[in-house]
Design a protein around this ligand. Structure first.
Ligand code: FAD
Length: 278
């Protein structure tokens, strides 16, 4: 497939047979877009600890994809994180997405490392230059930040701690991305900042999720989608047009590539990618 830009895809680790089959169908369809890499999210604690490494191995061995694990420090001890890093090294992984994570309800202790910047520092101290490290960025400000400027400063600290690249939280307002990149560049950080793109599949779910993670859905988009009522095919067409237009604007404005949050579904991402083909 001839795309005008490099892409990467994000998946979550499946936990049931049905989810496994869905991921396989999605990976099969999306690999034809020759992603630079795919990443696999991570949920802290207990049995979920194995799901991410197993999914990384599966995507690499059975689909030939360059697969990178996400690693979050929330709830983990230094020793646990060290073990996981060693496990990824032994598997031959050289790329990692390093995050603070969020405290799952019921979890009693936050972990040895408080912020993603401390995790990046720890990974560099433990593994030197072995891993290519990507971190999260928030063009519309992380929901727990004291304020937008403090958030930008913390982001820069995280990059200076040794991160190579940042991937943003999703957003639908290109200006937020450009303003964030300008602010970060003005502070001397010139690492690539890759926009995270969320194709729209289930709008009510997206609205709920966006409130939690601090991503704004523009009023005009919400009103238009509401006006389509139950006409799901018009909603899909409209949503794909809007997201593809956002991608084009980002690329024209200098975004180096695009990272798609697939939610393990092929259709919404393919529908956007088809609109971006040469
Ligand atoms: P940080 O960079 O540590 O920032 C968190 C907050 O702390 C911000 O408000 C920041 O301003 C503040 N802060 C940072 N440093 C300081 C300081 N020194 N003093 C005071 N405040 C400070 N979550 C998962 O659980 N699993 C995943 O797989 C996952 N994948 C993600 C992938 C991407 C690309 C993105 C953007 C997010 C992902 N998340 C994931 C969500 C992420 O874990 C949450 O958004 C989390 O709340 C913040 O993570 P962070 O790494 O950005 O944190």
């Amino acid at each position: 497939m001839n795309l005008s830009c490099p892409v990467s895809f994000e998946f979550f680790p499946p936990k049931t047979d049905e989810q496994r089959q869905q991921l396989d169908r999605t990976a099969e369809k999306l690999r034809s877009y020759q992603p630079r890499f795919v990443s696999v999210t991570f949920g802290a604690g207990g049995s979920t600890l194995n799901y991410t490494p197993e999914t990384v191995r599966h995507l690499r061995d059975d689909f030939g994809l360059c697969a990178a694990p996400h690693l979050s420090c929330m709830g983990g001890t230094r020793a646990e994180i060290r073990d996981l890093l060693q496990r990824y090294k032994d598997m031959g992984c050289t790329r990692i997405v390093a995050l603070r994570g969020d405290m799952p309800s019921g979890m009693a202790r936050p972990g040895d490392l408080r912020y993603a910047s401390e995790l990046v520092e720890f990974i560099r101290a433990e593994s030197g230059a072995h891993f290519h490290i990507e971190v999260g960025a928030y063009p519309e400000t992380h929901p727990q930040a004291e304020d937008a400027l403090a958030d930008i400063e913390h982001f820069c600290t995280k990059m200076r701690a040794g991160a190579d690249v940042a991937i943003t939280q999703y957003f639908y307002n290109a200006d937020a991305y450009f303003a964030f990149v300008d602010a970060v560049r003005a502070r001397g950080i010139d690492a690539p900042i890759i926009p995270g793109i969320m194709p729209i599949s289930n709008f009510s779910q997206l609205r709920r999720f966006s409130e939690m993670c601090g991503a704004e859905i523009p009023r005009w988009m919400t009103r238009r989608i509401q006006a389509y009522g139950d006409d799901t095919s018009s909603i899909r067409e409209f949503a794909s047009d809007v997201v593809a237009a956002l991608c084009r604007r980002l690329l024209e404005g200098g975004a180096p590539e695009l990272h798609f949050y697939t939610l393990n579904l092929a259709k919404p991402t393919v529908s956007v990618l088809e609109r971006l083909q040469d």
